[in-house]
Design a binder for this molecule. Structure first.
Ligand code: AHR
Length: 322
């Protein structure tokens, strides 16, 4: 316990002063990992942070964790502090894909390997990062669309009017979930996307987007495709306030699979939730240790994910843990 307090105090002092690494490694840590988290925008994100903290402790890895409150500039500043401290490995979940080249070049010049967690970046430069540990977002979009096609078949629908509430613009999950979904429905002439709006992965934006859609399209909406549970949970009361029954009058498709959404799926107000697991911590620690030891790592590591929907016995879905 005393050791953990010393470690926290040491990290806090280093973060405040931004000074170089002491000769002594903090505690018994096998390595020091600097991790810049995007923020706390969703139950998914909070679960992801918790998992990374727990796994760092389990692996005896010293974790310097910084929360960027959804701002890219905060993430860039955090990565610069990790470089100044000379951590062994840097990991971060990029809030958007563009604009990382300069800071990653600095990490490369300092000889510190960088792991992308959850989301990807867009860069022309080779070798700025070592690997990506995160979901196959394109496949998630495909699975959401495949569910919808099966549901439309079962209901015998001839036209399917879809509204989309997307995640943060220019983020990997937003781009890839949308692409997977649109590519999959493209060949089905029944499918008609009325509009897509940026909901920024936030519950409050889910509410706003749904209110706007209901005012504009009313009961002609057949489907809401929402890029995360948070926005879905925000949208549902708006549908009910408009006198419609989510899950019956409007097909609701969500992504993440957090406990709250699964409870609502069990109530029948969500029809389908595509899983996106936040439990990336174990893979992150394993990969960081390999990099520290100079071992090769896989360039892309996708966790296995599944679909929870009204096609299965939802009473059998166990506790989600996030
Ligand atoms: O990048 C993963 C996405 O970010 C999750 O779907 C969402 O809930 C989170 O905020």
């Amino acid at each position: 316990m005393r050791k953990r307090i010393v470690l926290c105090v040491l990290f806090a002092a280093l973060l405040l002063t931004g000074c170089g690494k002491s000769k002594e490694e903090p505690g018994d840590a096998k390595l020091v990992l600097g991790f810049s988290q995007i923020g706390s925008e969703s139950a998914w994100r909070i679960g992801n942070t918790k998992d990374i903290e727990e796994q760092a402790e389990a692996y005896g890895i010293g974790l310097m964790l910084e929360n960027a409150n959804q701002k890219q500039e905060n993430q860039i500043a955090a990565i610069r502090r990790f470089i100044a401290y000379q951590v062994d490995v840097i990991a971060f979940s990029p809030v958007v894909e563009e604009g990382w080249d300069n800071v990653l070049k600095e990490a490369k010049d300092a000889g510190i390997p960088v792991i992308l967690v959850d989301r990807d970046i867009n860069t022309e430069q080779e070798g700025l990062t070592t690997c990506l540990i995160g979901a196959d977002f394109y496949k998630e979009g495909v699975m959401a669309a495949e569910y919808l096609i099966r549901k439309a078949d079962r209901l015998g629908l001839e036209q399917v009017n879809i509204v989309e509430i997307t995640g943060t613009e220019n983020s990997t999950p937003m781009r890839q979930r949308q692409a997977g979904f649109m590519d999959t429905i493209a060949a089905d002439s029944r499918m008609c996307v009325l509009e897509s709006i940026d909901g920024d992965f936030l519950k409050s934006r889910g509410e706003e987007c749904m209110r706007y859609y209901l005012e504009k399209y009313g009961d002609t909406i057949d489907v809401v495709f929402s890029h995360n549970d948070e926005m879905t949970i925000g949208a549902l009361p708006e549908i009910e306030n408009a006198g419609l029954a989510p899950g019956k009058d409007i097909i609701i498709i969500s992504i993440d699979g957090g406990q709250e959404a699964i409870n609502v799926l069990k109530e029948g107000k969500i029809n389908c939730v595509v899983e996106c697991t936040p439990k990336l911590g174990r893979e992150l620690m394993e990969t960081a240790l390999k990099l520290k030891n100079g071992e090769q790592v896989e360039t892309v590591i996708h966790p296995k994910e599944q679909v929870f929907s009204d096609e299965i016995d939802v009473s059998q879905i166990g506790p989600r843990g996030y």
